[in-house]
Design a protein. Structure first.
Lengths: 450, 247, 295
């Protein structure tokens, strides 16, 4: 009877450690709407979103969640969809593939959602689109955008549709832009997963076509950095310093973009004056870095509110700001477009049935906050939406972050993948050694012909 | 530690009061009742031997007095002042020193740190220097971790730790267990010296030979109850030793 | 790999190790004395990073970061005290699983509170102007801030060592590690000591969070990112051992630095950390510098 307090030894405590890690890994966020159907509605129906409220892309999920609430309220204010009150169900996936997959099953099988909004990363969409297909649930992509999602035979999904320019379109826009800048020596940094590889390939292919004399200075084996979350960028920063490129081309985003920009400027406060970049970015990264975001950088963006001036957008920004006390990011704009498109199509179909609703989407046109109407074409079910390209500049005190000057809104019809190319990809004519995992549009016969 | 009903409090608190008075001490571990209505009293300069077999309740009784068992009720007075409501760390700060069985000390602390930890200076009382004087071996080992000491050395340290707090009453739980006879001898003479300084001592033991040699009185405990109490001289060689301790 | 590049990776690893050591030392200190695996340790680190961000951006470049650091340590310390008194005290005697669930619940609560108070937007903090410059060594440039982080870890580590081995408080904490009951019977208020230890652990988490803020995006998932690594470090180095935290942090920091910067190994950098953890667990389940539980 000397020590009566129960104590576990170190070995069991270490076992509990693993358990702790497991519990953590399995940690899930959650949230949903209220259960009540207001007066005049036939009842309540749900739409679902599995998004990054935590993890590498935590920066993005909040805007999407807010937008879905706003969009559903807007639909409900006009009588709902097919007479039903709409309600968003939102789950956090921590920017991981596993959680997104689990969330999709939950959304479709438990919450019985009528449509699901695509997660952030292409890796997550690659895993979740087949679940939507299997369960005949519409998959509305407004963030993830690898063209493979609609050309790889095992990923092709009749219920998939995208209102975001895909990697072919974005890479093409960036490649033509860099060709126009006349940069000769380019350094590439890209996240190592489906999106990064897909977008970078499109960039390189279109750059080489538009300006054959442009040279990529770092070897292909060093283009890609680990994803998600690479907290230290010493190696990349110093490689850039040793290659001394005219321009950095990058499509890193969210936490990676912030860490890279921050750390490079700590290594050399003039880093980006010496080595300016072209990057895929969004209002979220500009906002996060604020006045630490270097000026004079060339950004291509999907839907920066400040560069798009039309009545619908201005009204949306005003209402979004009133409700959520911040400006909408690109993700808010894109998901709003997706939600409105779906609401309009489901009303036109007079049904929630995915087969009927998709018929009202494909081949139809919808108004976008981006100042034009877009059409979802048959085949890849991709919207002919554009991209905004410009150079970071002080907002003149209007916002706490830089905006774009000389912004151009590129037309989706100039960027969208030629149908023949799409067909060749689908037919497996663009593979290295007949290996379906190495599909690359730059290998397609029609691309090679020019 | 609620007294119900409160036992008659000692008339006046102070130097003339017994070093330790325990009344109606009951200790329970969950559902099992281990110590029943225990009452002991130790005067200043007196040594009371608490004798009983293994498992008779000696250790539990001492833990109850020190305040280390949550399921204890009853009252404890030190120099006539009630400490019943004080948590153990306040009981042991200067009032009661506890020398646990097995020469328990902090194995990852040095000898000197072990001693300093309980130190509570008192005029003319025990200091590090005096402890080292009494136990020269500890001085040699002062920078060693206590975990590396031999059993006898650790017991010296455990007793030294008790002395460093200059207590009114010293509680020792089986201090001779596993010690070489010569060390037991040394401990015996230390206890006799301590009595002469006016310290009250409660010595829980199985080893009645040492205990009865240094004790003034003996209390026998069996199954959690005091079954007999008598002057030590009377207890030596009495048949109660055979009955209760099986010797 | 050239010498210059080697140095680059070593320094990158050291700056990883710097903040990871500070955080893991806090985790280890709390486990050593309280025997509680504090899952909310990363949450405290995250609170500190956000507080540093908010205060630093209010105060401006000269004072901002330092002010942020001080406020972050105070705020996080208070949160730590609250957690210890309100939650942990109720679970000390319980099984590890109960403690784990209680502190895990705290991580969820804190994550919710952080998102409500600070929002989900990322924040960035600029290093103080005095240490925002570039250093060139062997042909590569380094952020002076990286060396500041390393220096801060050395200072904080030395401080913790002095506190543990040269002060009465440290002696009492070490005594509590081996025998809290005997410590209570030696006249020390163990309950209050536990609060102090937990606040110290929280303050170490806070220092880590404040120091890391200018080098990484401050965001609402920093809690789990750091906790996983701090756990790995503690298991490798030995829970409860400050020296173990140091060695574990150096191993993990360098493995990550070398791992992520090489194209062949970069997808597996984190996996290497856990492979090392498993190897250590197999050979020395109590970690490199931990002690096997004495019976």
């Amino acid at each position: 009877m000397t020590r009566n307090s129960p104590r576990l030894g170190r070995i069991p405590s270490i076992l509990t450690f693993s358990l702790a890690a497991f519990v953590l890994a399995a940690a899930c966020g959650g949230g949903g709407g209220q259960q009540n159907s207001g007066g005049g509605f036939k009842g309540t129906k749900k739409v679902g979103y599995s998004g990054a409220l935590t993890g590498q892309s935590a920066l993005y999920g909040k805007a999407v969640s807010q937008t879905l609430k706003l969009a559903m309220d807007d639909l409900n204010a006009k009588g709902g969809v097919n007479g039903y009150k709409m309600e968003p169900v939102i789950y956090d996936d921590g920017t991981t593939v596993d959680k997104a997959t689990a969330n999709f099953r939950e959304l479709i099988l438990q919450d019985n959602v009528q449509a699901a909004f695509g997660p952030v990363t292409s890796a997550q969409c690659q895993a979740t689109s087949p679940i939507a297909k299997q369960n005949k649930t519409l998959f509305l992509s407004a963030t993830c955008n690898s063209y493979q999602l609609s050309t790889e035979p095992d990923l092709i999904n009749p219920y998939f549709t995208s209102v975001v320019p895909n990697t072919y379109m974005e890479g093409t826009a960036a490649g033509r832009f860099v060709a126009k800048l006349g940069s000769k020596r380019i350094f590439i940094v890209s996240p190592k997963y489906l999106f990064g590889v897909s977008e970078t390939n499109a960039f390189v292919a279109s750059l080489k076509r538009a300006n054959p004399s442009a040279q990529i200075v770092n070897p292909e084996s060093t283009w890609y950095v680990p994803f998600p979350t690479n907290p230290r960028w010493d190696s990349t920063i110093n490689a850039i310093q040793s290659f001394k490129p005219d321009l950095i081309y990058t499509n890193i985003f969210a936490a990676d973009e912030i860490n890279f920009v921050q750390q490079a400027q700590q290594v050399d406060p003039d880093f980006f004056k010496k080595y300016p970049f072209v990057d895929l970015s969004s209002v979220d990264e500009l906002r996060a870095l604020g006045n630490a975001y270097p000026l004079g950088m060339h950004l291509y963006m999907r839907a920066p509110f400040f560069a798009i001036n039309n009545q619908r957008m201005n009204d949306f920004v005003k209402r979004y700001k009133e409700r959520f006390n911040e400006e909408p990011s690109d993700w808010a704009v894109l998901d709003y477009d997706a939600a409105m498109m779906w609401g309009q199509a489901a009303n036109a179909a007079k049904s929630f049935d995915a087969d009927k609703v998709i018929k009202q989407i494909v081949g139809h046109s919808f108004q976008s906050l981006r100042g034009y109407s877009f059409t979802i074409r048959a085949g890849d079910q991709q919207a002919d939406v554009g991209e905004t390209i410009g150079t970071t500049a002080d907002s003149g005190g209007k916002y706490k972050f830089p905006i774009l000057k000389d912004a151009q809104n590129l037309k989706g019809s100039d960027l969208i993948m030629p149908k023949q190319l799409m067909q060749e990809l689908r037919d497996g004519k663009c593979e290295k050694d007949g290996n379906p995992t190495t599909t690359d549009f730059a290998l397609c016969p029609s691309w090679k012909q020019g | 530690m609620i007294m119900d009903p409160p036992p008659a409090p000692p008339a006046t608190a102070g130097a003339t009061m017994p070093a330790l008075q325990v009344r109606q001490l009951d200790v329970r571990y969950g559902k099992s009742h281990v110590v029943f209505d225990l009452a002991v009293e130790v005067a200043r300069g007196e040594l009371l031997a608490l004798l009983g077999r293994n498992g008779a309740g000696k250790t539990t009784a001492i833990l109850g007095i020190v305040g280390l068992v949550p399921g204890a009720s009853g009252s404890v007075y030190v120099s006539g002042r009630s400490v019943s409501k004080l948590p153990s760390y306040r009981r042991t700060k200067g009032h009661v020193a506890y020398v646990p069985s097995g020469a328990r000390c902090f194995p990852n602390l040095t000898v000197q740190e072990n001693l300093e930890l309980t130190a509570r200076p008192a005029a003319g009382g025990w200091t590090l220097a005096r402890v080292f004087e009494r136990f020269p071996k500890l001085r040699e080992l002062r920078s060693n971790q206590a975990g590396g000491l031999s059993g006898g050395e650790r017991q010296m340290l455990a007793v030294g730790r008790g002395l460093m707090s200059n207590p009114t009453v010293l509680l020792l739980d089986e201090p001779t267990e596993g010690l070489a006879p010569v060390v037991v001898q040394g401990l015996g003479s230390l206890l006799l010296d301590l009595k002469r300084t006016g310290m009250g001592i409660l010595l829980a033991e199985q080893n009645h030979r040492l205990a009865l040699r240094v004790a003034d009185r003996a209390a026998f405990i069996e199954k959690g109850r005091i079954v007999a109490e008598m002057p030590a001289a009377e207890a030596r060689g009495s048949d109660i030793l055979h009955r209760i301790l099986g010797v | 790999m050239s010498g210059g590049q080697l140095l680059l990776f070593v320094v990158g690893g050291l700056s990883n190790a710097a903040y990871l050591f500070i955080v893991a030392a806090g985790l280890s200190l709390v486990f050593g004395a309280l025997r509680v695996i504090n899952m909310a340790h990363g949450s405290l680190y995250m609170i500190a990073a956000f507080v540093t961000g908010v205060v630093a951006n209010q105060l401006g470049l000269t004072l901002g970061f330092w002010g942020g650091l001080v406020v972050a340590v105070i705020v996080t310390g208070l949160v730590g005290a609250l957690i210890e008194v309100v939650v942990l005290r109720r679970v000390y005697g319980e099984e590890h699983l109960v403690q784990l669930l209680a502190t895990y619940a705290l991580t969820l609560v804190i994550a919710g509170v952080v998102r409500t108070v600070f929002g989900a937007n990322y924040r960035t903090v600029k290093p103080p102007a005095a240490i925002n410059f570039s250093v060139t060594l062997a042909g590569n440039s380094y952020a002076a801030y990286s060396f500041f982080m390393i220096g801060a870890a050395v200072v904080i580590g030395t401080g913790v060592y002095i506190l543990m081995y040269r002060t009465t408080l440290g002696r009492n904490i070490r005594a509590a590690v081996s025998d809290p009951e005997l410590l209570s019977a030696s006249g020390v208020n163990v309950a209050r000591l536990y609060t102090v230890v937990f606040v110290m652990g929280a303050a170490l988490a806070a220092l880590g969070g404040a120091i890391v803020a200018p080098s990484q995006a401050v965001n609402a998932s920093m809690d789990t990112d750091v906790l996983v690594l701090a756990f790995a470090i503690s298991v490798i180095g030995g829970l409860g051992s400050i020296i173990g935290s140091l060695v574990g942090a150096l191993i993990v920091g360098e493995v990550l630095s070398f791992g992520v910067q090489n194209q062949y190994t970069n997808p597996y950098a984190i996996a290497f950390v856990f492979i090392i953890m498993v190897i250590v667990l197999t050979i020395r389940p109590w970690g490199l510098f931990g002690k096997a539980e004495q019976t």
